[in-house]
Design a protein around this ligand. Structure first.
Ligand SMILES: [Zn+2]
Ligand SMILES: [Zn+2]
Length: 260
């Protein structure tokens, strides 16, 4: 389910990057950008989330574990003694928060600005993932592929028990890094941020046309364009992607559910 699909500036009433992946009782949140915690609460109890995996350390992908941690810390039903009508609890769910290398210190620094450097450490089981490893998260297996961006960024592939695969490219410029990694994905979600390629400097994002080219090379079963602003013309974006990708393609919308 798409919880948020905005680029680094939110759509009107929108949220940034966040995708809920569910399989056999496992609930995984891929990215948790600004605004995503609010959208999560529209659809699920946040205590049902088993793990959050962050693709890279831009605010539109990692910021909302902070309000999430506040909920895990201060919500009335999370207290050890009775509060209002709620009985106290001593069995606190502690979701995994899986972040890129070096991100633990970044998050502590940000939390330090609020005077609580270990807010996230105490609320989550936080760990830095190895991009060369495969993570088992309940019924799901997660793999990583570094992709070129303005800082280290990792595409994520989630594989279910039946072998079907969802690949999310995260943020990246044109690359052959997805070739092989994302081949034959049943669902491929790629960013389509740009109205035209960056005019100078290193490439960090894709146009919709470039997303279509990547999806064609990967032979994706279905392409969903994301990280695309409500200020862009989505019909134009779809037409651009279809110039090279012949399969089904659509623009991500909050609340959209894809069966893989
Ligand atoms: Zn982004
Ligand atoms: Zn980014």
């Amino acid at each position: 389910m798409v919880l948020g699909k905005s680029p680094a500036w939110q759509d009107a009433d929108g949220a940034c990057s966040g995708y809920l992946v569910e399989e056999g009782g496992t609930c995984l949140l891929v990215d948790c950008g600004s605004g995503v915690f609010s959208k999560l609460r529209r659809f699920r109890d946040y205590l049902d989330v088993d793990a959050i995996v962050i693709t890279h350390m831009h605010a539109d992908h990692f910021l909302d574990p902070i309000p999430f941690a506040c909920a895990l810390t201060y919500a009335p039903r999370r207290q050890p003694v009775a509060v209002e009508r709620r009985a106290g609890t001593d069995t606190l769910a502690c979701p995994r928060l899986l972040v890129p290398a070096g991100a633990t210190e970044v998050l502590r620094t940000i939390a330090s600005a609020g005077g609580q450097p270990y807010l996230l450490d105490q609320a989550f089981a936080m760990a830095e993932y190895d991009t060369a490893a495969t993570l088992a998260i309940g019924a799901l297996n997660v793999r990583f592929q570094p992709v070129p961006h303005f800082l280290p960024s990792n595409a994520i592939q989630v594989c279910c028990q039946a072998g079907r695969r969802f690949t999310f490219g995260a943020d990246h410029g044109p690359t052959d890094a997805l070739d092989g990694f994302a081949d034959d994905s049943d669902l491929l979600i790629l960013e389509a941020t740009l109205p035209r390629p960056e005019r100078e400097g290193p490439r960090g994002h894709l146009t919709a046309g470039e997303a279509g080219e990547h999806a064609a090379r990967c032979n994706a079963g279905r392409l969903v364009l994301t990280h695309i602003s409500d200020e862009l013309d989505w019909d134009w974006a779809l037409a651009e992607a279809r110039r090279s990708f012949a399969g089904p393609v659509e623009v991500a919308r909050e609340g959209a559910v894809y069966e893989v």
